[in-house]
Ligand binder design. Structure first.
Ligand code: GLN
Length: 248
């Protein structure tokens, strides 16, 4: 299953997340440590988006394995940001391997990723999808469960939901429509990170002025703390709260 991470805080080089640490996202792409939901490598594309100042995030996605992108290490080493969301993908069986199926999904400053699977796709969530504006449905990033989850979250954000309510709401309705789904969701707007654990691993590491949330710890720093399953995490560079989600 996919691996993802989000960072907020004082600017760091993208390579400090993607390449440099012993278990950086590039390492997690070919040697993940905790693929509890199935799969062996995350080779079906990757994406990274980062924000600089007040500008909208810059996004770079590819359909190839992260480790095979020869241009990325230099780009990542030369780019610093205080807001980064990145993911490597292991496509669920039957879903297309295309650049646009890789997270981050984006609108404006919003960046989103999903690690997991929607059970019974697509029939199980057809009714949920039918509530979306037709334009959103015919312009999904890709015909995948993750892209639909993003469209559902985005719809709630546009309607004025708080980020935490949007994430918790979509998780609850997807749990109900598609029992047994794995729904580790990740969202940031540059000010806060919202993440869920529902079927997959997640850890968080804070420093005095930063927070990093990742499917797997990037190194053996004892500051990494695992987030228990079925929790909602809300983090800023200086605060982290986790609350139970309840059973589906
Ligand atoms: N089901 C999603 C996809 O195929 C995410 C897969 C994953 O987490 N491995 O894109």
């Amino acid at each position: 299953m996919c691996r993802h991470l989000a960072y907020l805080g004082s600017p760091i080089r993208l390579s400090a997340l993607l390449h440099d640490p012993p278990h950086a996202l590039s390492h997690q792409s070919w040697a993940p440590a905790d693929m509890r939901g199935g799969g062996t490598v995350n080779a079906d594309g990757f994406g990274v988006a980062w924000t600089q100042g007040d500008a909208e995030p810059v996004r770079y996605r590819r359909a190839q394995p992260l480790w095979s992108d020869a241009a990325l290490p230099a780009l990542a080493a030369a780019t610093s940001s205080g807001c980064v969301l990145a993911a490597v993908r292991s496509a669920t069986e039957g879903m297309p391997v295309t650049e646009t199926a890789a997270a981050p999904f984006q609108e404006g400053r919003w960046l989103f990723s999903h690690n997991g699977v929607v059970r019974g796709w697509p029939a199980s969530v057809a009714k949920l999808a039918s509530r979306l504006p037709t334009t959103d449905l015919i312009t999904l990033d890709a015909p995948t469960d993750s892209a639909l989850l993003w469209a559902l979250v985005r719809d709630r954000l546009r309607a004025g939901d708080t980020p935490a309510d949007a994430i918790a709401g979509v998780l609850a309705e997807t749990d109900a429509a598609a029992p047994g789904s794995r729904l580790n969701l990740l969202l940031t707007d540059g000010d806060q990170i919202i993440a869920t654990t529902a079927g997959h691993s997640l850890s968080v590491r804070t420093t005095a002025d930063s927070v990093l949330v990742a499917s797997e710890p990037l190194d053996d720093d004892p500051a990494w703390t695992p987030v228990p399953d079925r929790h909602l995490l809300i983090a800023t560079p200086t605060t982290v709260t986790t609350t139970p989600l309840g059973r589906p």
